[in-house]
Design a protein around this ligand. Structure first.
Ligand SMILES: [Mn+2]
Length: 358
């Protein structure tokens, strides 16, 4: 036992660099990467980061297979089973060249995926905890006493649990969307576009990007872009809601809308849950119990307006999953919106698993 403890520092010392792989979609992924960066700084490791999303694991993990003596820290990404084999092959190769894997996440994992990561050589660390966001896990595991990491974790929690109590956190969420959507539109690399923000967050926390006394971003160009994005988003969300399709199923008001490009399902879900946003063409809509947000690619964002339904149980019927208050699934490519609505309504009418019985 004591021998093993003594040998640990030697193995740790061998690392010269740290590579972070994190989620590109939201503040939780970004702040996790910033926390990992602070950890790398505290250890004197060279730092590099790749941000990615589901569906792009294969190129990201293949490219790290050639790494040597690198601590590879993955955060805010659940292992998706379709790319499990490629990921394991790449990680095994990297480990054989002196790398070590640390994986910190809060999504749902299959038993198979957990086992595949846990049984990798060189004592991988895998922490999955559904009660926290990924940045909170990274803070606790890597930098528990660092004040800036604590702040980054708090901000991520506020956005990931959709509490919306910290203004700077909401602004940062919109900044991530502006930068992300902008890079996608211009076919630029999302990691590169977000790099300056992560770097400032890692250096000085939220105040590196946001001035809380003026409620503005330090970068005036970013500030303008976010302002414009917020106005534009509101317009688009109103328009999306105007095109809604409603039905009452098992006594629950179910609403389907098409999600406009450049708007996240969290934004639209939050917007549509407030009655003051539902005055459309002189009529006031009721807040729906269940809201489906259909994307152009056929993905379904699922949110609720009242605690009368379980979004995760709804998602299960559409190849998805999530939490009772927010979930996602897949419908598939479509042409006729009305036909999709009828189909969704029919599926929901077939069982009552998704209801919260009063
Ligand atoms: Mn997350």
């Amino acid at each position: 036992m004591s021998e093993e403890r003594e040998s640990e520092p030697k193995t740790v010392k061998k690392f010269t660099s740290l590579h972070s792989i994190s989620h590109d979609k939201d503040v939780d992924g970004l702040n996790s990467a910033a926390i990992v960066w602070r950890y790398a700084k505290s250890k004197g490791f060279d730092f590099s980061v790749t941000l990615t999303d589901y569906g792009s694991f294969e190129p990201v993990f293949s490219s790290i297979a050639s790494r040597r003596n690198t601590l590879i820290v993955v955060s805010d990404l659940g292992m998706d089973d379709t790319s499990l084999d490629t990921v394991v092959t790449s990680l095994t190769r990297a480990i054989s060249q002196g790398c070590k894997i640390v994986w910190l996440d809060h999504h749902q994992w299959s038993e198979k995926a957990i086992k595949a990561i846990r049984t990798l050589p060189n004592k991988p660390v895998l922490r999955i905890n559904h009660d926290y966001c990924a940045a909170e896990i990274a803070h606790k595991v890597l930098m528990p006493r660092d004040e800036i990491c604590a702040e980054l974790a708090r901000i991520a929690h506020d956005t990931d649990f959709n509490l919306r109590e910290i203004e700077g956190a909401m602004a940062l969420t919109d900044a991530v969307s502006v930068i992300r959507f902008g890079a996608i539109d211009r076919r630029e690399d999302v990691s590169d576009a977000l790099y300056p923000v992560i770097s400032q967050l890692a250096e000085s926390g939220l105040e590196g990007v946001w001035d809380d006394s003026t409620k503005k971003f330090n970068d005036p160009v970013l500030n303008k872009r976010v302002d414009h994005y917020r106005k534009d988003k509101k317009k688009k969300m109103r328009k999306a809601l105007a095109g809604h399709c409603d039905n009452v199923i098992h006594d629950r008001l179910v609403r389907v809308v098409e999600i406009p490009s450049g708007v996240t399902s969290t934004d639209l879900g939050t917007f549509a849950a407030k009655s003051e946003n539902l005055e459309i063409d002189g009529n006031t809509l009721q807040v729906a119990d269940l809201l489906f947000m259909l994307s152009q690619g056929g993905m379904l964002g699922i949110r609720r307006g009242h605690e009368t339904v379980l979004c995760n149980m709804v998602a299960k019927q559409f190849n998805g999953g999530g939490h009772p208050f927010a979930a996602g699934g897949e419908y598939g490519l479509y042409e006729d919106f009305q036909a999709v609505c009828d189909d969704l309504f029919l599926t929901l009418s077939k069982n009552k698993d998704w209801l919260v019985e009063a």
